[in-house]
Ligand binder design. Sequence first.
Ligand SMILES: Cc1cc2nc3c(=O)[nH]c(=O)nc-3n(C[C@H](O)[C@H](O)[C@H](O)COP(=O)(O)OP(=O)(O)OC[C@H]3O[C@@H](n4cnc5c(N)ncnc54)[C@H](O)[C@@H]3O)c2cc1C
Length: 457
Amino acid sequence: MGDDLIERLRAAVGPQHLLVDPDLRAPYETDWTGRWSGRARAVVRPADAHQLADVLRICLAAGAPAIAQGGNTGLVGGGVPRGGGSEVVVSLARLDGIGPVDGSSGDVVVGAGATLARVQEAARAAGWDVGVDLAARDSATIGGMVATNAGGVHVLRYGGMVEQVIGLEAVTMAGEVLGRVPALRKDNSGYHWPALLAGSEGTLAVVTRIHLKLVPHLPDRVVALLGLPDLDALLAVAGRLRRGLPSLRALEVMFADGVTLTHEYNRLPLPLPGPPPVVLLVEVADAAGTRSRLFDALGALVADDPDVLATAVADDELGARRLWRTREDHTEAINAAGIPHKLDVTLPTANLAPFADEVRALVTSLAPAARLVLFGHVGDGNLHVNLLGLVPDDDSVDHAVLDLVARLGGSISAEHGIGVAKRADLPLTRTGAEIATMRAIKAALDPTGRLNPGVIF
Ligand SMILES: Cc1cc2nc3c(=O)[nH]c(=O)nc-3n(C[C@H](O)[C@H](O)[C@H](O)COP(=O)(O)OP(=O)(O)OC[C@H]3O[C@@H](n4cnc5c(N)ncnc54)[C@H](O)[C@@H]3O)c2cc1C
């Protein structure tokens, strides 16, 4: 591989969209957490699917690995180079078109590089919304969200990313196009590309356009933080809220240490005194004109609940955003405190509280100086396990935590994916036959293994 590769890539995308200068490459070479980084041979920014197909063919001919990158907010090291200068980062940033919202069917076609926030804005202007929402919305792209099958804060109402995708278009390493956009709501003519590519983390093909199903925009929302004595009490309250509130949209858990860390970071006053040992964020949302009904319904359920120690409620948009900061600023606050080891796990509901207790004991015994911060999408059984103060390259505590997850019947990745961070742990929750089948699918789409090598396996 020599300058010929660079010259051919430059000819394919134009000189200003081929980045070889180290300063220009740098933002694409380190992940959001700062834990994963490498040196890229070059960064290319194709303008459309045709240029992308050319770029991938050129890389394949030169034997150069290619790594798709969207907003670079992934948390498992799957979108940045890992080697010492052989990989080409393919940025989807320029494929950011957003088509007109179809008000009759409630859908929209977007480019893979469109950020979630821009698509939300376009959808909301037309009375619709995107079913998936997450704190990295200003940078995370729809293509990256499909590739990771992102979850986020509204999964309990609308499902994850794959459930929002009517169809997609993707390009293989050989430059062949899979799928079609716009797609049809019903199309059982063979294998379903969105189902195959959602969660494939850029290892099978590069997603270029997505036909998204939208949900109705619900402008009226009420948000509450409930202070609780422990996770068992939280789960009991959550069950009552699920039964009693059809408009429920989010159930998020935080713990006192994480809430304190977050408010030291964002410098906002604590919304609940103490803070209480466990905090549940509840969001209900519905059509315009329903705010007071939502407020009364939520209030009636929590006012006399014997488990609730303290409550903060916001029935105006500014207040709602402020209460969300307690939860959404967790990730930034943790990163500001050091480079974390981040694990993202799901447990069966019955094992959430035992896991939370056991993981604290486990970390204390294995790494007494480490700091553990738990939070997550408790409505989906999903906890984010953040470990600060570990030696960067020592994954022994990570492995022990994931082993505990597997023993309690959980998954080692709820929504962030496997990336490079957890590939050694995949056999904990996937059988040998499953992994062999995944490898066979990978080999069918990418026989020479040049697309995002080293991710997942
Ligand atoms: C503050 C913060 C909060 C977050 N909250 C959540 C959350 O609530 N839920 C959640 O699920 N995640 C969350 N994340 C993680 C992250 O935002 C998601 O994984 C998101 O889907 C990544 O999108 P991206 O465009 O940044 O992808 P990148 O980070 O650029 O890439 C991620 C992976 O997808 C691949 N990829 C990217 N684009 C394409 C494409 N077009 N075609 C094929 N492969 C591609 C990459 O190769 C890589 O393997 C959070 C991250 C941060 C920083």
